[in-house]
Design a binder for this molecule. Structure first.
Ligand code: MRU
Length: 371
């Protein structure tokens, strides 16, 4: 049995990386997020089918976390393929198919395809090396992607914290927390850092229908860390803002288009509209891995549609909506227009409109090795 399989009762999810590579058992280790907060169960996955299903079913979820899970997943696939195939061309063909297979699990979060593409570059660049060496390089790249995610979230935390003051009421939607990354989260990184520095924030978590990531996950991880947390039903955001409870909104993102339009969990755009009405700053926390310069505007972002049962029955024993004669609209994400966003908090600083120029500047400085 893997060391990760059973969590000691006294430990919380925060004591573990959300996504990890177990080198001893050659397995992807995740916390099964569909069971939270009632049960903390670690899953140790080795088969590609199980990894893809875990991503589709949101056992591992959140854009950066599924990127890291996919990187580890394709490394494990490479290892398995190399066990019976040392010829580069056949190895590459099977590896490429494994990458496509995982990539199909969820369409909106760009980190999934970003991580798979980045891993594939390693295979392409090492065409003339023995397959076993390529597999070792893939291992190191998956670890590098994981470690980068931790550093990026820390930097987003520092940059986001500079935008708020002690005692502020901060609202977040869905879970862009530790459970959506390896550690710290994106939207929650300023909250964790502020909490450590005695900011005494009042945190407000939207419950986030239909899968309740805010109520089940964000409120769980932030209250476990000792923060002052209030859960809101999604339809209470405007009331909380009108009463002056919220001084800033921090949300995560699944894909940011070149013009700053941002896809995030369904309901995010409603929060942004309310924030604009009440003059509350609305910040999107975005690792640069989530910025997709190949898509001009939010209209080009593919929005994942999920099963009607998530709306009609999920989390309840009995159907909450009649089974027959009623249709269900269940997009998993929506797009918040760039003009509703006060600023986008990246690991390289906070950027403002016009976003395309600001992103280009970041990417060109990154390529030039200046940042
Ligand atoms: O469907 P989910 O739970 O994967 O959606 C997650 C979100 O929308 C997050 O806000 C986003 O992935 C950013 S996570 C840092």
């Amino acid at each position: 049995m893997s060391d990760y399989q059973i969590l000691q009762k006294e430990r919380t999810v925060l004591d573990y990386d959300t996504v990890a590579l177990d080198d001893r058992n050659h397995a992807l280790v995740i916390i099964d997020q569909t069971k939270l907060p009632n049960q903390i169960e670690m899953l140790s996955l080795t088969r590609q089918e199980d990894i893809r299903e875990a991503i589709y079913l949101l056992k591992v979820r959140g854009a950066p976390a599924i990127g890291v899970a996919a990187a580890i997943g394709v490394y494990l696939a490479a290892r398995q393929i190399a066990a019976s195939c040392q010829d580069y061309d056949s190895f590459y063909k099977a590896y490429h198919e494994a990458g496509n297979y995982l990539n199909e699990a969820r369409p909106t979060a760009v980190n999934l395809s970003w991580a798979i593409r980045r891993m594939e570059q390693i295979v392409l660049q090492r065409k003339n090396e023995p397959v076993n060496r390529i597999v070792l390089a893939l291992h190191d790249e998956a670890i590098a992607i994981r470690d980068e995610d931790i550093r990026v979230c820390e930097a987003i935390g520092r940059n986001g914290l500079a935008l708020v003051k002690p005692g502020d009421g901060l609202l977040t939607h869905c879970n862009a927390g530790q459970l959506a990354t390896v550690r710290y989260g994106t939207a929650t990184a300023p909250m964790y850092l502020g909490h450590k520095s005695g900011y005494h924030f009042r945190i407000f978590c939207d419950e986030t229908r239909p899968l309740l990531q805010g109520a089940r996950l964000t409120s769980f991880e932030l209250s476990s860390a000792g923060m002052d947390v209030t859960v809101l039903c999604d339809n209470m955001v405007s009331a909380a803002m009108r009463e002056g409870k919220i001084q800033a909104v921090f949300v995560g993102c699944d894909r940011v288009a070149a013009n700053g339009d941002t896809a995030n969990k369904i309901g995010t755009s409603m929060v942004a509209l309310a924030a604009r009405r009440y003059g509350v700053p609305f910040y999107v926390c975005a690792p640069t891995s989530t910025i997709d310069m190949s898509i001009e505007t939010g209209d080009g972002i593919k929005i994942e549609q999920r099963k009607p049962e998530e709306v009609t029955t999920m989390w309840y024993k009995e159907p909450m909506v009649p089974r027959t004669g009623v249709k269900v609209f269940n997009p998993a994400f929506d797009v918040t227009d760039a003009d509703l966003i006060t600023g986008i908090v990246t690991e390289y600083g906070v950027v403002h409109a016009p976003y395309k120029a600001a992103f280009r500047d970041i990417f060109s400085r990154k390529e030039g090795g200046q940042i």
